[in-house]
Design a protein around this ligand. Sequence first.
Ligand code: BGC
Length: 768
Amino acid sequence: MAAAGLMTLSALAQPQLSKDNIDEVLAAMTLQEKATLLVGGARAAIVNGVTSGTAHQVPGAAGNTRPIERLGIPGTVLADGPAGLRISPTREGANQTFYCTGFPVGTLLASSWDTALVEEVTNAMGEEVHEYGVDVLLAPGMNIHRNPLCGRNFEYFSEDPLLSGKMAAAYVRGIQKNDVGTSIKHYAVNNQETNRNENDARVSERALREIYLKNFEIAVKESAPWTVMSSYNQLNGEYTQQKKDLLTTILRDEWGYKGIVMTDWGNKAGTVKSAWSGNDLMEPGNQNEIDRIVAGVQDGSLDIKDVDRNVRRMLEYIVKTPSFKNYKFSNKPDLKAHAAVARRAAGEAMVLLRNEGVLPLKGGQKMALYGVSALDFVAGGTGSGDVNKAYVVNMEEAMTGAGFTLDKTLSDYYKSFIAYDKAQQALSGAVSNWFSRRKLAEIAIPENAIQTGARNNDVAVIVIGRNAGEGADRRMVDDFELTNIERDLVRNVSTAYHAAGKKVIVVLNVGGVIETNSWKNLVDAILLPWSPGQEGANAVADVLTGKVNPSGKLPMTFPVNFMDHPSSANFPFNYVRQQNQGFGRGPQQPVKDVDYTEYEEGIYVGYRYFSTAGVQVSYPFGYGLSYTSFSYTKPSVKATADGFTATVTVTNTGSVAGKEVVELYVTAPEAGLAKPACELKAFAKTRELKPGESQTLTMTVRNYDIASFNEANSAWEAPAGVYAVHFASNVEDVRASAVYTLRKAQSWKTNNLFELNVPLEEITVTRK
Ligand code: BGC
């Protein structure tokens, strides 16, 4: 059979793919070959008589596309992201290792509010992708932080679509400078991990367009990613992988996207619908998906024109890849240089939340490090976003390196506990894989030991750690909130050290937002490095000692209570994960927030809710302290042909050099649609300003950017009137304002999409 198949094939035209003969190659392909190209799968496979085998292997890469040797079409290699390249660090028979750099997670990159820095980081990351023989990095992750407890928030950027979109665009540009591709993911509305394969997100078109799609729109228009990854979940009753309005009407027709769309890693039954709707590539790929495409064309349920359209896009993608160009990768990226980039970026991006006269620390002090995470430091999250890095610097190594003398008795105690905990896990046969890797438990420190510590040391640093990852959401109790052991630790250390006239610093080594309001006033300083990558602890030391002046700001709100977020009313924050919960549930009665989730908060996500409703928060969106201070002067707004240019002068009024992020919020006139109190429309960061030095920052905003989506008219609308333009240090701290007058209302028509099958009751929020 196979031999007969090959003979038939060899009788066909055999053009060899080049970037100029895509039409010819397409015309020479059999239906079987076309279907093969639309489905990822095992390399060097024999697929229905089509011999493959031109692709090289990269162990640990998440997926690939299939080669078709007859036509000179190589396989291509796809590997995760986003905090670095994820491949296996060792290979059988190889005497070299293949480690990749563990860079800061997406949330930390976003905390920099610095697109140039992000581009520099991902340019380094992209070199690893290129030099390890990979064609596409499956990153960035860019879903909106709808709720603080989404298990993958650490991979994502922000609760705000503008910040998220700009960060994603910078990320993509940095990677793609290396002639390799990216996959912006997960398109779209993949905002929870619980039952992520089946969950139906029910969202109004306005919230979709303004919040959940806006960031993708920005990234597509400003960076042209090679690929987009459609998500696992459903959106208003259809899988996003099979949703034509999402994958074709919006993405391609409205935004002008030219690359390919691939599925997230799951084989859904509706392959024919996926192909029809504009999902070009099925990953990780499965024979039955090939069979479904072939059968679909044969029985007329799938038009060959749709198949050809997808195949053409695949060929256009393939000719850009290093695999096609036969790039001789070195397997030797410059890991040393990249470690330095990772350290500098982490230091530039982390957020100083509190500093009551303690930071920066003077070197040479005696320091007590509390918390298992000081030694078991969390560089990144778990799941596909994890990176196989050669090492992770811990806080003991970093602070010793920075010239502090550490309390050895305390460190030894923690080390023994960590060894015991690990031994216990091994003994109980606990399996640790990328979905289940457990964060080590915290251990109580007796009060008398804390008092001894307060006598023997000059300063205390408490590291609070959290790990999260793909496949499960975080819980409110003991995760968003501190555990009892952590609460006691913060209270007892603060009491003992303060009684001895000494200071207490908390380092939040977390992947997502945690509760801070109930304990923040007990301590003297709080530094938030998130999960800062393999060099992150060194970067923490750089900030604590003042070698780096912090300039990061929060890309999301820290609420007082978890339930203050309106999305918490529709989020599975207490859902106990069942076996395989991340991958689909059985056919039970639909369960709220598990089988479906109603986005009743509409556009009121994050600060859009808190600042409009006037609800108090623990730390507002955009918040972050510096070791110096800045003044904002000469605010000005000038109309342009399609919007306005805003400028403001920032002066360093303190005594050390530093950088400042200026956030530009716009308050729309009370006309037409109800709008949030203000919305972020631009931002800019100064260079490092010496004391007394000034810089004038310029930001551009188009009328389209200040428009809101009117479902009734299927149009973006910017009503005429006076728009207040605020130059702010955070959403609650406006430093200077100006106005922009839009003389004539403007609107932009879109297609009329996203009918909701089930009516959705959205909350109403009135401006306070
Ligand atoms: C994740 C993606 C990832 C893919 C490949 C999926 O489970 O959701 O983010 O890129 O696996 O590893």
